[in-house]
Write a protein that binds this ligand. Structure first.
Ligand code: 5GP
Length: 190
């Protein structure tokens, strides 16, 4: 089995993709490791440095862009940069594991374009917009302005779903987790 593979999970925030990715990493024996993204935004809630993200200030983030250290990066929200460092993918591949990404739709498709053979891209779709809004509010970690910003972004993101290799609709979390597990098991056996 060649594990120099990439598994991209993208979705509007609030769709449940992070929960599914966590499940795959913590409760299955799939040979996967999470790609820790770099971001210039501040830590939120219980987030841990070097585990959830590499938190960099904007200046450092921009210097890494200049040095061509990113596989992909984006200014996802104004002044909030997010990106995947090339060194992160190498770090995980060197351990003989496949890389699993929890990233923005545009970033996910960007990775697939660069590594078409090595990538499985999965789009996690919320059952509907009302549910998405409810989930975003339920987190209780963000201001109304931020919630509105995420909702506006999600409307656009939903239009990209068909460009992914697979779509999982998350109306039942247990079923969504199983679907993700099956898709990845099959892909890693190739
Ligand atoms: P959050 O602030 O909720 O952690 O993330 C905001 C958005 O940035 C999410 O859609 C998340 O998937 C995306 N994101 C996280 N890491 C990366 C990355 O490395 N590259 C890109 N392009 N987007 C990312």
């Amino acid at each position: 089995m060649d594990n120099r593979k990439l598994i991209v999970f993208s979705a509007p925030s609030g769709s449940g993709k992070t929960t599914i990715v966590k499940h795959l990493l913590e409760h299955t024996n799939l040979p996967l490791e999470f790609s820790i993204s770099a971001t210039s935004r501040a830590p939120r809630g219980e987030e841990i440095e070097n585990k959830d993200y590499y938190f960099l200030n904007t200046e450092v983030f921009k210097s890494k862009i200049e040095n061509d250290e990113f596989l992909e990066y984006e200014e996802v929200y104004i002044n909030n940069f997010y990106g995947t460092l090339k060194s992160e993918v190498e770090r995980i591949w060197n351990k003989g594991k496949a890389v699993i990404f929890d990233i923005d739709v545009v970033g996910g498709l960007n990775i697939e374009k660069q590594f078409p053979e090595e990538t499985l891209s999965i789009f996690v779709q919320p059952p509907n917009k009302k549910e998405l809004e409810k989930r975003l509010r339920g987190r209780g970690t963000e201001t109304e302005e931020k919630i509105q910003m995420r909702l506006a972004k999600s409307t656009k993101e939903l239009t990209y779903a068909s460009e992914f290799d697979a779509i999982i609709t998350n109306d039942n979390l247990e079923i969504a987790k199983q679907e993700a597990f099956q898709l990845i098991s099959k892909f890693l056996k190739k």
